[in-house]
Design a protein around this ligand. Sequence first.
Ligand code: ZN
Length: 170
Amino acid sequence: MAKLKILEFPDPRLRKKAAPVATVDDALRVFIADMFETMYEAPGIGLAATQVDVHKRLLVTDVSPDKSEPYVLINPEIVEKDGVTATDEGCLSVPGYYEEVERAEHIRVRFLDRNGDETEMEATGLLAVCIQHEIDHLDGKLFVDYLSEAKRQRIRKKLEKERRYAAVAL
Ligand code: ZN
């Protein structure tokens, strides 16, 4: 397994729209294992392929405290949603920032599992929020897009500045 590099806002590659996965094969399953390793080591509770510069519709998530609820969703599609919940969201691609975002409280999502079989699941609370956040990534959207323009620009400038210092410090 290999840890993958996570792109950070405002990298333009985070804005690419991912294409559907055509075949679920062993090569894809190796990539899925790498995605989980990268997410757990970050540490994070969700990761979309877009964030590691692979523009395929695939995401992994595990909102449990002990790595006991891993899910991989290939070509995910929300088929039902209801309710509203507000959560302080963060993102591995926007390190250090947490802002309140409103999303559906409950969703039903259809996807292919790691064997390529079509399946559906229901999710509520944090898992539902996480899946919606990750599907946004596949569409080139970030949680900062829900904030005001001024707030988003502030975060962008701070992150760019931090990165410049990091580059100088080597
Ligand atoms: Zn994210």
